[in-house]
Design a protein around this ligand. Structure first.
Ligand SMILES: Cc1cc2nc3c(=O)[nH]c(=O)nc-3n(C[C@H](O)[C@H](O)[C@H](O)COP(=O)(O)OP(=O)(O)OC[C@H]3O[C@@H](n4cnc5c(N)ncnc54)[C@H](O)[C@@H]3O)c2cc1C
Length: 337
């Protein structure tokens, strides 16, 4: 377990370094000159397949075996291929499947097709009714990444620094999966198992993400601390509250980038639930969040620095969530170093 953690953290650090040095990767088919004047790609050679439906993609994925990868927005996979950290022999492209990119309000839920881009969620008036979703979509990297990256790809990648997992875990969220032989629904809490590890079996694809609309009197906020737009946050906090006047009826708090997965700060939630939200209760939640964080020191900052950050982000997110629960329109943006 310790060895796996070290490998994952090394991989994360190298990816960070790549993003810092090379900047966002916009295209896969960049070519470089080979030693004999031939043109060659940065990634290893691969076979490209275009799926016509999710079931067909799932069947192809199984038939092509372990060397196959699904391609959604490519905003996690392509940088890894370009670095040759990922060397798939086959790519199964989901981008030409019709009807898997949508945002629908239905029976007290918001349904996102797996290929819905971050930018589509950012621009959606339906998604803006749950403001924490808009905060998340609008704050991911830069416009180029948001135009390509997808909600399904983000959850399937299960990057410890990915924003969607933290935000969606403060809401009642289900992940719908399609396989070559059937379908199933997994609650988000059971979907992400570890860093870069999900409950998906090799023949399964995320088809839809379903979020239950929070009850009346709810408000939420997602805040991240970032060094610049096109890098993952140093730390982030997602807070979703349901208020009854000044009393907090329910609270969900998740911390991002300070553990191998998004961390549910259950003691911080308990510090708020059933209590009037005074400076004292908010301070206890902030302290409980600091304790729940499990950060590693890296190029983004020391573990102590990240703990302090996460406490401050939780406090600010609670304050905004309270105002939004009262019906106030509050614009939020991430905090930049
Ligand atoms: C410069 C840069 C900065 C970024 N900053 C942030 C940030 O601040 N916050 C943040 O949250 N994200 C950030 N990202 C990541 C971005 O949000 C990606 O869009 C996301 O992580 C992956 O989505 P994708 O659609 O691009 O997936 P892809 O890269 O296409 O795929 C990722 C993985 O998931 C698998 N996969 C994709 N779709 C499915 C599916 N439907 N079912 C099953 N498996 C699937 C693929 O096979 C692959 O293994 C950044 C990316 C870049 C390049």
């Amino acid at each position: 377990m310790v060895e796996r953690k070290q490998i994952l953290l090394r991989y994360r650090r190298e990816l960070d370094m790549f993003v810092k040095l090379i900047g966002p990767v916009r295209t896969l088919l960049c070519t470089v000159d080979g030693p004999h004047g031939q043109r060659t790609m940065y990634p290893r050679a691969f076979h490209y397949h275009r799926a016509g439906s999710l079931k067909e993609a799932a069947a192809m994925h199984v038939q092509l075996g372990e060397g196959a990868k699904l391609l959604a927005g490519g905003q996690s996979l392509i940088p890894l291929m370009k670095l040759r950290f990922a060397n798939p022999a086959h790519l199964v492209d989901l981008n030409f499947i019709s009807g898997i990119s949508y945002i629908k309000e239905e029976n007290g839920t918001l349904r996102f097709g797996a290929l819905t881009r971050h930018a589509e969620i950012e621009a959606s008036t339906a998604a803006a009714k749950i403001p924490i979703l808009h905060d998340c979509a609008a704050g991911i990297a830069d416009v180029q990444v948001r135009n390509r990256g997808t909600i399904g790809g983000s959850l399937a990648e299960a990057d410890p620094s990915g924003d969607w997992a933290a935000v969606l875990s403060t809401l009642s969220t289900e992940v719908h999966c399609v396989g070559a032989t059937g379908e199933r629904t997994v609650v988000l809490g059971d979907f992400i198992k570890d860093a870069y590890t999900t409950a998906l079996t090799p023949d399964e694809i995320v088809s839809e993400v379903v979020v239950k609309t929070p009850p009346k009197g709810s408000g939420g906020a997602f805040l991240a601390f970032k060094r610049s737009a096109p890098v993952y946050p140093t730390a982030s906090a997602a807070v979703q509250l349901t208020m009854d006047n000044d009393v907090c009826k329910d609270a969900a708090i998740a911390l991002g980038c300070v553990g191998l997965t998004a961390i549910k700060a259950t003691d911080a939630e308990a510090a708020l639930r059933g209590r009037p939200l005074t400076g004292k209760t908010v301070a206890s939640a902030m302290e409980a969040a600091r304790v729940a964080a499990d950060p590693q020191s890296d190029m983004r900052g020391s573990a102590d620095y990240k703990r302090t950050l996460v406490g401050a982000l939780v406090k600010r997110a609670i304050e905004i969530a309270i105002r939004r629960a009262r019906g106030e329109q509050v614009e939020v943006g991430h905090v930049y170093a």
